[in-house]
Design a protein around this ligand. Structure first.
Ligand code: SAH
Length: 393
């Protein structure tokens, strides 16, 4: 039997709608000796069971794993992972020319606190909750048993994703298998994935479909890929027939990753150049009309609600520079991956930058996160990636 967390009267409503988070303010009382990561049963104020979840300290006190039960079954993780794999098969993401996708997107795959990205036969796993950290070996073992995908190596990478105060001392390492190559294929293009030292799980899988769209716009264009990281957009622009591609990132490591990925797909192709400089400096220094296809995919400018105002100012300034400099007839791909910035707020920031520039700007496409990053309709917080493709006259 798991310890029981009782909610205050009326605080069960969001759980009845299957929103998976219990906030600390909703909790009537906590049982004694509760440890972070413990399984708990959550009940309403009358003792009626609402579901089972992982307990943690913080504003989110419980992340519900399963509703309407008072214990999870032995094969819980295997079943949830298998459901996630079925969805990726349905989406057509497991193909000889595409072996790189997100298998588990936390709450969006009913596994709150867990992220798993697949790169060939290696799964890179991140725990965002102590509960998932404690289950890491069970999850790793279940991953290798999935009939839908052949996973031989599981790398655990949670040093930076777990709550610091939990003192879990997670260690980044292989839980199963080891290093046997790190080249993954996305839509027929090859990428070196640096899960050991790279950001997140090593690659931004979430831009796959937006990169594919960019490829269609690239022919004959002079492309600037700002905040390039691994050069994903640049590699697609090259295949799309761009005249030239400049990739910019302030991190020398990212610039080296981009160079390596260009070399992997387009060795000795003189169309591509990497610049390890600050994006704002590059935009300020570059001549007007130099580019007619610009990608702005910055890191989250607002990581928390408290940073929202400054984040929006950042998006407005960045986009204003692009509108000021892009060649007439140019196309701008602009993104925000800040979860706290709503689609409307981002659009407003970009539209006000456009208005200020005096350019005539039309929206060609509105972009979002791909289908392997689903969000539960009961958990709208799962939506984070927003983008616009704009035609600038
Ligand atoms: N577009 C990338 C992901 C971008 S991640 C892709 O498709 O994979 C954000 C990147 O912005 C990081 O690589 C980070 O090094 C870089 N970055 C952060 N601040 C920057 C700045 N001021 N100037 C240039 N690059 C910056």
């Amino acid at each position: 039997m798991y310890p029981v967390i009782k909610l205050k009267p009326g605080k069960e409503e969001s759980l009845l709608r299957h929103h998976p988070w219990v906030f600390s303010g909703a909790v009537a009382s906590l049982p004694e000796n509760l440890e972070e990561g413990d399984y708990v049963v959550v009940t309403d104020s009358k003792g009626q069971t609402l579901g089972v979840g992982h307990y943690q300290i913080g504003s989110i006190t419980v992340r519900i794993l399963e509703f309407g039960v008072d214990a999870i079954s032995d094969d819980f993780y295997f079943k949830r992972l298998s459901n996630a794999a079925d969805l990726r098969l349905t989406l057509g993401l497991c193909r000889p020319d595409n072996d790189c996708f997100r298998l588990v997107h936390g709450e969006g795959d009913f596994l709150p606190g867990l992220v798993v990205d697949i790169y060939g036969d290696t799964a890179v796993m991140q725990a965002h909750s102590p509960g998932m950290h404690f289950e890491r070996n069970t999850i790793a073992e279940a991953l290798t048993r999935l009939p839908q995908i052949n996973i031989r190596n599981v790398y655990y990478k949670s040093e930076t994703t777990l709550p610091f105060k939990a003192r879990l001392d997670p260690h980044n390492d292989y839980l199963i298998g080891g290093f046997d190559g790190n080249v993954a294929t996305e839509n027929g293009l090859q990428f070196n994935i640096d899960w050991l030292k790279g950001q997140k799980t090593g690659f931004f899988v979430d831009q796959r479909e937006n990169r594919a769209l960019l490829e269609k716009f690239a022919k004959g264009r002079e492309v600037l890929n700002m905040f390039c990281y691994t050069g994903g957009f640049s590699v697609y622009a090259m295949r799309g027939g761009a005249l030239s591609v400049d990739s910019v990132d302030s991190s020398a490591k990212a610039a080296a990753l981009t160079d390596a990925n260009i070399a992997l797909n387009f060795p000795d192709d003189p169309r591509h150049t990497t610049h390890a400089v600050d994006a704002f400096k590059y935009l300020a220094d570059m001549p007007k009309d130099r580019y007619d296809l610009i990608i702005l995919d910055p890191p989250a400018f607002a990581k928390h609600r408290s940073a929202l105002k400054n984040g929006l100012i950042g998006y407005r300034k960045l986009n204003a520079k692009a509108f000021e400099k892009i060649r007439p007839g140019g196309i701008l791909f602009t993104f925000s991956c800040s979860q706290v910035v709503s689609r409307e707020a981002f659009r407003l920031a970009v539209f006000s930058a456009a208005a200020k520039s005096g350019r005539k700007v039309r929206v060609l496409h509105q972009l979002t996160q791909p289908a392997d990053h689903p969000f539960d309709i009961s958990h709208p917080e799962g939506e984070y990636l927003k983008g616009l493709i704009l035609y600038v006259e």
